[in-house]
Design a protein around this ligand. Structure first.
Ligand code: SF4
Length: 89
């Protein structure tokens, strides 16, 4: 999957949800770079802004997009950890 396909998939993912892809393209590009680096190193598109502990269990929780709406940062700031997805206004 290339960058354009990934962005298109994320846009579809947001369509019927109360969040959108961050309109800051530079920010999204930085997150994508981190995801692809993790995929190259670990074989999975893991969140670039959270730390692995080397266990399969946590790796599965860190696959992007994660279950970010259960996290405090979503409730408090209306975004996922990385700010890839932000609350729809
Ligand atoms: S915090 Fe955001 S960028 Fe990180 S895995 Fe979750 S949805 Fe993806």
């Amino acid at each position: 999957m290339n960058t354009e396909e990934l962005i298109a998939a994320w846009v579809r993912f947001t369509e019927d949800n109360d969040f959108v892809l961050n309109p800051d393209e530079s920010h999204v590009s930085t997150v994508i770079d981190g995801l692809f680096a993790n995929e190259k190193e670990y074989g999975l598109k893991l969140c670039p802004c959270r730390l692995r502990d080397g266990t399969r269990k946590l790796d599965l929780e860190l696959i992007c997009p994660c279950n970010f709406k259960t996290q405090d940062v979503w409730r408090d700031e209306g975004r996922c950890w990385c700010g890839l997805f932000i609350k729809r206004v």
